[in-house]
Ligand binder design. Structure first.
Ligand SMILES: [Zn+2]
Length: 119
């Protein structure tokens, strides 16, 4: 397990090093079965891919379902690049922005992110 003391790097080298050889999803797509196999192998050998430091701010798209409940959608997760969905409440306007745990699966360990409404 590696630790970085320089906050300016935002741990990107560690994330990219850990993901070397693993094809990350394009915007809105999910991991391929081959990439998931590599992530599983990495998890067995090294544990989850760890990112430390402050949670980044991420714009979330608010989409209201036909049941009236809002989804707050991140199209490209800063960690795994997958699309993630978070509940945004059932009021007239979406709520529940702010800090959330990421939905990256067991292969990643990170501080989550801060959902922000799109302008
Ligand atoms: Zn993710």
């Amino acid at each position: 397990m590696r630790h970085f003391t320089d906050s300016k790097t935002k741990n990107k080298p560690s994330l990219n090093d850990a993901l070397a050889g693993i094809k990350r999803p394009r915007r809105g797509e999910q991991f391929t079965p081959a990439a998931l196999s590599k992530l599983d192998e990495n998890l067995r050998q090294n544990g989850p891919i760890q990112t430390t430091g402050p949670a980044p701010q991420v714009p979330a798209r608010a989409v209201r379902g036909c049941d009236g409940v809002w989804d707050l959608i991140i199209d490209t997760c800063p960690y795994c690049h997958c699309r993630h969905f978070h509940g945004g409440g059932g009021a007239d306007q979406p709520s529940s922005y702010g800090h959330r745990n990421s939905h990256c699966g067991p292969w990643f360990d990170n501080p989550g992110y801060i959902l922000e409404g799109e302008a």
